[in-house]
Design a protein around this ligand. Structure first.
Ligand code: HEM
Length: 458
């Protein structure tokens, strides 16, 4: 017997197991053209084949998981057998976030996560609330009743400034638009992940390549400036950057500027667009559901009144939280998670080989009628405690799960609620009727043309 086919410890022979069902696709490119035509519709259609589905992209065979139990298996219960999928190891992504928290693996990742974790502890996060509210108020001073704005753009800028101020105690107001614009452009190459160039790992230099590297270098410059200013000042600001700068291995060695840069860039990227997107989708959903917006306004008036919102208000903003959860269900900014099996594994009665590329889709599972009534409807009221208790754990996983779950989960929820409460009592955001709101499943789930609204003072 071919020993490569034998699963360590389990004694399963992969040679005599049946492959999961799935779409056949074309002879050469497999399902790639179909996927590229409309990826969200494609991954939703694939669920009809079963809970474990096989789909070939060019020469890469992938496996899609649709059952919460199986998703839990790869993310949590058997997480040790999985690393991030190869889609996170492209040259593009490496150049962007290098070996930061999102992409690193093994003991190195564990150490970095341990170092970063204190910056995300509940008490610590509570201290960020004032910045979140103050920066939102500052944004509102630039808003005028009657004007039309792309609120998605505003949210992108706001969340970027907040992440930079809270985690790195730096101001980038002057650079925020530039950094935001560049980051937005940089993730465009991921917009259609299953292109041939993605599969080929972007090995061939093209003009787009050079442009990409030039743009990354521009953000690098800003990040290296923040790092060198902090090193020069020698001050302990008590923030994440200080913690990372001071962290030492047992042998006394410290992180070099390159590693620091990777962590900072990772947090820039992971920590701002996702939160901005959630807020943008919330504004869009509230615009379509004025009765829900009215109930939110009433809750905010009752809980907070006229004073600035604080972290202490959050437990009482129950309806706001239901709205956020429902928005994250319908428009999960991270709409897919991917893993690669280290050793072969058995999932749903199928044996997936070592090296298998495995994906779970928040987009599909969050709208699965087996777990959600009227799955396409915006119904914040569904989020009762009883409903949450009855829901299989991984039927809803906007922040992933297991050891690699989002480190910024509480940070993001707090930011979403505080920004929402601060804005909603001052302005009503009326959607512009003829402005199309289309979903662009880039690296995250974006509104393709932004979210255009007309501001109305309350
Ligand atoms: C609504 C907002 C957010 C969503 C939906 C979200 C979603 C996710 C998801 C799904 C993962 C897991 C990816 C995987 O398993 O492969 C993740 C990881 C991560 N997120 Fe978030 N995130 C959000 C906000 C934030 C914020 C505010 C920060 C930081 C300030 C952040 C930093 C990170 C980091 C560093 C990781 C990697 C953690 C690790 O592997 O140890 N995220 N996020």
């Amino acid at each position: 017997m071919d020993s490569a086919n034998k699963i360590a410890g389990e004694g399963i022979n992969t040679a005599d197991t049946v492959s999961p069902p799935g779409p056949r696709g074309g002879l050469i490119l497999g399902v790639m053209p179909e996927f590229n035509r409309d990826s969200l519709a494609f991954i939703t259609r694939c669920r009809d084949y079963g809970d474990v589905v096989r789909a070939r992209f060019f020469y890469v065979t992938t496996y899609f998981l649709y059952s919460p139990d199986h998703i839990e298996y790869i993310l949590a219960t058997n997480a040790r057998n999985f690393i991030k999928s190869m889609s996170l190891r492209t040259n593009f992504f490496q150049r962007l976030v290098g070996n930061g928290l999102l992409t690193s693996e093994g003991d190195f990742w564990k150490r970095q996560r341990r170092l970063a974790q204190p910056a995300f502890h509940r008490q610590r996060i509570n201290a960020y609330a004032a910045v979140m509210v103050e920066y939102t108020e500052r944004l509102l001073t630039t808003w005028n009743a009657g004007e039309t704005r792309d609120v998605h753009r505003d949210m992108m800028r706001l969340t970027l400034e907040i992440v930079v101020k809270t985690l790195f105690n730096a101001e980038i107001s002057g650079d925020a638009d530039r950094v935001g614009r560049i980051l937005g452009e940089l993730v465009k190459p991921f917009a259609s992940q299953a292109t041939v160039s993605w599969i080929l790992n972007n090995r061939f230099p093209t003009p787009a390549h050079f442009r990409f590297h030039r743009r990354v270098a521009e953000i690098d410059e800003i990040i290296f400036r923040i790092i060198s200013e902090r090193r020069a000042s020698g001050r302990d600001e008590g923030d994440l950057l200080s913690m990372l700068l001071q962290a030492q291995d047992e042998d006394g060695s410290q992180m070099d500027d390159r590693q620091l840069r990777d962590e900072v860039m990772t947090l820039f990227l992971a920590g701002h667009e996702t939160t901005a997107l959630t807020l943008s989708w919330i504004w869009y959903l509230l615009g379509c559901h004025p009765e829900i917006e009215q109930r939110l306004v009433a809750e905010v008036a009752q809980v907070i009144g006229d004073r600035p919102a604080t972290a202490a208000d959050l437990p009482r903003l129950k309806f706001a939280e239901q709205i956020a959860k429902e928005a994250l269900r319908l428009y999960p900014p991270a709409h897919a998670v991917g893993r690669q099996a280290i050793e072969a594994c058995k999932i749903g009665g199928f044996t997936l080989p070592a090296g298998a590329q495995i994906f779970a889709f928040q987009w599909v599972t969050h709208r699965d009628p087996r777990y959600f009534d009227a799955p396409d409807e915006f119904r914040p009221d569904r989020w009762t405690e009883a409903f949450e208790r009855s829901l299989p754990k991984y039927a809803y996983f906007p922040f992933g799960g297991g050891p690699r779950a989002c480190i910024g989960n509480s940070f993001a929820m707090m930011e979403i609620l505080l920004v929402l409460a601060t804005i909603v009592r001052r302005f009503h955001l009326e959607p512009i009727q003829d402005h199309p709101v289309e979903i662009l499943p880039a690296m995250s789930l974006r509104p393709k043309h932004g979210v255009k609204v007309r501001l109305e003072a309350r």
